[in-house]
Write a protein that binds this ligand. Sequence first.
Ligand code: PXP
Length: 237
Amino acid sequence: MVKLGVNIDHVATLRQARGESDPDPVLAARLCEQAGCDSIVAHLREDRRHIQDRDIVLLRKAVKTRFNLEMSLNAGIVKVALAVKPDQATLVPERRQEITTEGGLDVLRHLKRTKKVSHMLLDAGIDVSIFIAPVKKQIDAAASIGVKTIELHTGSYARAFADRSAIREFAQIKAMTLYARKLGMVVNAGHGLNYDNTYAIARVHGMHELNIGHAIMGRAVFVGLKQAVHEMKAIIK
Ligand code: PXP
């Protein structure tokens, strides 16, 4: 079965809105795991707008499944990752002004730096995944620097979902999954996946894991976090 990673950043966003200690991302991680998720995802952004350094230290200790830290190539963030040692680091691009991670990392453009950071992390025993657009040249670039796991950005598919162009976006994800699998890579996907559009992506042959945040946290407001994770697991199954 395709695995589910739950991104818990929004729990920290809510906490930071008041600057209090609740709601606690560590408790959220525990509930997601109790509901059967396969990994916990958190993004330590350079501006620390939601997840804080202390959170990832505590998450590292508390997470029993796999802890996947989303991070940019920034030297300070790399230092934190090397100290905390998550099970996995997912390299993402980062722009201060963006509301969320808008696109994939341009591995081709940042080849040297991406290679350097990837190998620093790999040498420290941290699995590395790179979040990229579902296009051949980015997959080839990731493969060329010796990274074996990628996460395909499903944002274009998700945005197009109610539209005819979603068929094209979906076909692209399917084809790029197959392409990367033939290169021997592990293929994950995420961004914008929700209770309507995840079904098709979960059926893509060779898909390993889906990382979902916003939709699950939004649903959790109404039905509770465990129920929201259960419902997403049921769709994937
Ligand atoms: N995967 C990656 C690499 C991301 O940056 C994000 C957003 O933080 C997600 C998955 C989850 O996206 P969403 O919150 O839209 O489900």
